[in-house]
Every structure is written in structure tokens, then in C-alpha cells.
Design a protein around this ligand. Sequence first.
Ligand SMILES: [Zn+2]
Length: 81
Amino acid sequence: MTRFLVFILLIYIVYRLFRKKEPRRRTGNSSSPRELVQDPQCQIYFPKDKALSLKSNGETLYFCSEECRKAFKSGKKKKPD
Ligand SMILES: [Zn+2]
């Protein structure tokens, strides 16, 4: 039962991620715990607290998964489906 709920929640999160392709900048609300960042590999926006970071050229990049981070490091560009 719990697994089923987690599965539904995951589908909902993925659905939300794919719907929200536009960058969302919150202004005047620095206490927001849900800052969205963009994965430069797959172009998905997701909450920063779920991100894997990578320092590149003095910039911190955020990735949705280890796979994306590895792919980005090895210079492969995944085509968005
Ligand atoms: Zn990604």
C-alpha cells in the first residue's frame, strides 16, 4: 500500500517536472525551501534540495541524477524526448 502511494507520488512529481519547463524565479522570498534549479544535461527543473552539484568553471551546476552529472562530465548531450 505504501509502495503504491510512493509510486503515485513519483508519477506526480515527474508530471510536475515535465509541465514546468519555464524557469521560476522567486523574488523577495529568500526563505523559500523549494528553489528550482535547471539540470543543464536534460533541461529539467527540479528542487535544489534534490540536486547533485558539480563545480564547473567556477560555477555550481545542479543535476537531477548521477547519470546526468556523469553524462555532462563526459560531454555527451542527451537529446530531449
Ligand atoms: Zn537530468
